[in-house]
Design a protein around this ligand. Structure first.
Ligand code: MLC
Ligand code: AMP
Length: 460
């Protein structure tokens, strides 16, 4: 699609949604999703990104919590039942172009996107991202990566999170270059895009691990990767071993950046910076970052050793959690956002993420997953008496979701049945990969589950 075609198609969507309070976009990995989001942005209408593989209870939550007036989706896509009472707008690429010029440029503080992210407990929270955060963050990234309209960005990231949609699509639209979304991520699709014309690849560590493995086995994949100007990894930690493995077969060092739905991208290794395995680079231009010790005092040391919790302040921050003033107040302090991530800082300002405060947050293949959501879905099953969910180390996914289940007396359920039950309620990536059956969960004197005692292959 050319920019002229995008203007026409998104303009038509903008003409239809103009004046609405909010619209939802069924964010399949397709060009219609990009058109729908650009259309909503043109019209100044906040767009709620919906994972099309969400389960029934999540869909119901998104529809009730965000109250979108309409759902934007491609012709032929099924309308999820939770959205059947809303207007639908089919993004038809063949329809007559629209003008999209019915509104003035909204305020930079106006909400642009609502992106759902998991917490430790309860249903996902809607992160309200203003236009100013997107614009300033994309410009800071362009500066860090010398990103221009000559670049061709290729990726197979989902379009319902900031990585794929904001950085991977809107980043390109803001620069005026080319985005090449490969649909479903595969090594061959990414290598193929690089053989054609891609200059930058965006991906999560699981994708780079799969690329590294393929590059070791195939000179053709290794050559394709070697052609890239930048291989950028984010959304989870890229193990140093994968970084070095890729370098051995492609001669390329991956550029890491560290972000969050609430903050967009905070730090990034610059295109001309030192690409150090395990480091996510210095703060982006305009982003203030500090590390706090356990007492909440900002660390003075930049010794590469002392660990503190990352707090962030700057124009990249979100506005609020939708309908959750309690959660917003808890996360913010004097304009600083508490990330929950733990890091060290080197003398030259490079950050190294070493962990996170909450054990009940799992990062699996770059997706943030709350243990509480899955535990609630499991407890909802008629045969389940009690359940705990942990993230266990996984060579491919970083962490895998593991469920520990106590069945009700006299009841039965197989692992497959429980996994399917979770998949009915929640997004497909939240399904437990493994289910262990226990007679009881280990608890302390206060009745709290001792999750450190729940380790794959050694429960108790
Ligand atoms: C998965 N499968 C299961 C299963 N779990 N089957 C049975 N039981 C289970 N418990 C199936 C899948 O549906 C799939 O089948 C197959 O097993 C392989 O699944 P997978 O191992 O998950 O691989 P894949 O589908 O290839 O997905 C890997 C991936 C994906 C890396 C492409 O996880 C991904 O796109 N991750 C990106 C996440 C992301 O964008 N995060 C950004 C958040 S923003 P089938 O039939 O479907 O193939 C953010 C801020 C920032 O964090 O800093 O960026
Ligand atoms: P999300 O809620 O999906 O936006 O995930 C944000 C979280 O992903 C951060 O709080 C970090 O824990 C993690 N994350 C993102 N990028 C990186 C990175 N480069 N290295 C380590 N962790 C990361």
């Amino acid at each position: 699609m050319t920019y002229a075609q995008l203007t026409g198609c998104a303009g038509r969507a903008a003409d239809v949604v103009a004046g609405m309070s909010r619209v939802a976009v069924l964010a399949e990995p397709r060009i219609e999703t990009c058109v729908g989001v650009v259309g909503a942005l043109l019209a100044g209408v906040p767009a709620v990104l919906i994972n099309p593989k969400s389960g029934a209870s999540e869909m119901a939550h998104f529809a009730a919590d965000a109250q979108p007036e309409a759902l934007l989706l491609r012709p032929g896509a099924d309308v999820p039942s939770a959205f059947r009472d809303r207007a639908t707008l089919r993004i038809d690429l063949a329809a007559a172009p629209g003008a999209g010029s019915s509104v003035d440029e909204p305020s930079p503080e106006a909400p642009a996107l609502i992106v759902y992210t998991s917490g430790t407990t309860g249903p996902p929270k809607g992160v309200v991202i203003p236009r100013r955060a997107i614009a300033t963050n994309l410009d800071a990234l362009a500066d860090a990566w010398a990103w221009t309209d000559h670049d061709v960005v290729a990726h197979g990231l989902p379009l319902f999170h900031v990585h794929g949609l904001v950085v991977g699509i809107l980043g390109v639209v803001r620069r005026g270059g080319t985005a090449r979304h490969v649909g479903k991520f595969t090594v061959d699709a990414v290598a193929g895009a690089l053989r054609e014309d891609a200059t930058i690849i965006f991906g999560v560590p699981t994708m780079y691990r799969r690329l590294a493995e393929a590059a070791e086995q195939s000179a053709s994949v290794a050559h394709a990767l070697a052609r890239a100007r930048l291989l950028v990894s984010g959304s989870a930690a890229l193990p140093a071993a994968e970084h070095e493995r890729l370098e051995r077969s492609t001669g390329h060092r991956v550029v890491e950046r560290y972000g969050m739905t609430e903050t967009l991208i905070n730090t990034a290794v610059r295109a001309d910076g030192d690409r150090r395995a395990g480091f996510v680079g210095p703060p982006l231009g305009g982003v203030e970052l500090r590390l706090l010790d356990d007492a909440g005092t900002p660390l003075k040391e930049s010794d590469g050793d002392t660990i503190g919790e990352i707090e962030v302040r700057g124009p990249n921050l979100f506005l609020e959690y939708l309908n959750r003033p309690d959660a917003t107040a808890e996360a913010m302090c004097d304009g600083w956002f508490r990330t929950g991530d733990l890091a060290t800082r080197s003398a030259d300002g490079y950050l190294r993420i070493v962990g996170r405060r909450a054990t009940d947050l799992i990062k699996s293949a770059g997706f943030k997953i709350g243990a509480g959501e899955i535990e609630a879905a499991l407890r909802d099953h008629a045969s389940v008496d009690d359940a705990a969910v942990t993230g266990q180390p996984d060579p491919d996914l970083g962490e895998r979701v593991v469920a520990w289940v106590v069945l009700r007396e006299g009841k039965n359920a197989s692992a497959g049945e429980l996994i399917a039950h979770v998949a009915d309620q929640l997004a497909s990536h939240k399904r437990p990969r493994v289910v262990h059956f226990l007679t009881e969960l280990p608890r302390n004197e206060l009745g709290k589950v001792q999750k450190t005692r729940l380790v794959d292959g050694r429960a108790g």
